[in-house]
Write a protein that binds this ligand. Structure first.
Ligand code: HEC
Length: 106
């Protein structure tokens, strides 16, 4: 029993160690803001908003660009320069932006 508890604590600690570094994500995002906006809201009509994007979708998109499952002349190149950890850090940064939505009244 004691061993199981220690194992669980160990797992919890190792997860904490692996958690994304949001501050690093913020630093890395400087290079993204040219197209995606400093606040994650794009002023470039070709680039999507990243503010509040789910980290799951964010990470999958970048990994798909890396693997070639998704193509874009800009993003396919940019994704190649990022490590898995950097992608997680960026995802944790952008996914934590708070967004509000106002649905138009008709
Ligand atoms: C030169 C402009 C440019 C820069 C710089 C740039 N992006 Fe993009 N990004 C785009 C465009 C354009 C798309 C849409 C591409 C497509 O249609 O697949 C895109 C798409 C994405 C998507 C997919 C979003 C979705 O809605 O599917 C993610 C995630 C993303 N970019 C993250 C980043 C990150 C993180 C950085 C910085 C490391 C970055 N981008 C830098 C132009 C840029």
């Amino acid at each position: 029993m004691k061993r199981i508890v220690l194992f669980c604590i160990g797992l919890m600690l190792s997860n904490v160690g692996m958690s994304a570094d949001m501050a690093n994500g913020k630093k890395l995002s400087v290079q993204c803001s040219v197209c995606h906006g400093k606040d994650g809201v794009s002023r470039n009509p070709e680039a999507p908003n990243l503010a509040g994007m789910s980290s799951l979708y964010f990470e999958k998109s970048l990994i798909d660009y890396q693997k070639g499952d998704r193509h874009d002349r800009r993003m396919s190149l940019i994704a190649q320069t990022l490590t898995k950890d950097q992608i997680k850090d960026l995802a944790s940064w952008y996914s934590s932006f708070e967004i509000t939505v106002k649905v138009p009244e008709l």
